[in-house]
Design a protein around this ligand. Structure first.
Ligand code: MN
Length: 250
């Protein structure tokens, strides 16, 4: 029976993690360790400047007070699994997509990245669509991805970023293996005034505008496919190595 380590960045109370936990429990044992609050956008932050408290929610389910997704994967692995590797780390299901350059901010994707750093196959799941997301349906599709992943051996250094359209399962066109797309930034800094008339600033993303290039993560979900992007820990730009070696030749 496979063992899963599950986390997210929306908090342990989120609909997305509950739905995914239910589906994963049909396949094996699920150890869930998730933040106690919504930490969307926290990225790969690890808390090492202060100690943290952990609260048990129910059997095999803990929340880390103030802990990030990376902290949660750490605690899950070192404390609750006592350093025994689970078969898969799952992160999500995030409320909202994680596409293009946005994945660098993503706590959801970072949960999976942390799993990969610990040497465990890992998958991040996000829902494409923010209105009335049916996490039950999306979790069913996520389970199909998980079944495939645990059947096969994922290549070393690879972890997956999976985005699932918010559609009933029969309306999903299929799986598409994609590359990371590019986002057209339309973020704004909103200026507000506090009751005393002093300015406050709020980073907002009113509109989403990715480049709709064929073969990308965004293209796939926009056209009703489940996007599966293989990611790697090695951030080196290998194409630039030779060029830079020339530039810095002494
Ligand atoms: Mn989130």
């Amino acid at each position: 029976m496979p063992v899963f380590l599950l986390t997210n960045d929306d908090g342990y109370f989120s609909e997305g993690i509950k739905a995914l936990r239910e589906e994963l429990r049909k396949l094996g044992r699920v150890i869930t360790v998730a933040p106690d609050r919504n930490l969307s956008g926290v990225g790969h932050s690890l808390t090492f400047t202060q100690p943290l408290r952990i609260r048990r929610v129910e059997e095999d389910f803990w929340t880390v007070i103030g802990g990030t997704p990376a902290d949660c994967v750490h605690f899950g692995y070192y404390l609750f699994l006592e350093g025994k590797k689970p078969d898969l780390v799952c992160s999500g299901i995030n409320e909202g997509p994680n596409l293009g350059e946005d994945i660098t901010y993503s706590g959801t994707v970072s949960g999976a990245m942390e799993g990969r750093i610990l040497g465990i196959p890992s998958v991040a799941f996000s829902a494409f669509g923010r209105e009335e997301v049916d996490f039950g349906e999306i979790a069913k599709v996520a389970r199909r991805v998980v079944e495939r992943v645990i059947e096969l051996n994922m290549p070393e250094d690879t972890y997956l970023n999976v985005n699932i359209p918010n559609l009933p399962e029969p309306e999903i066109k299929g799986f598409m293996v994609t590359r990371q797309g590019r986002r057209a930034y339309r973020e704004k800094v909103l200026k507000l005034l506090d009751p005393g008339g002093k300015p406050l600033y709020w980073i907002t993303a009113e509109e989403f505008g990715w480049h709709l290039e064929e073969g990308t993560d965004y293209w796939a979900v926009y056209h009703g496919y489940v996007s599966i992007t293989p990611l790697q820990l090695d951030l080196t730009n290998h194409k630039s190595l030779e060029f830079l070696k020339e530039v810095f030749k002494v």
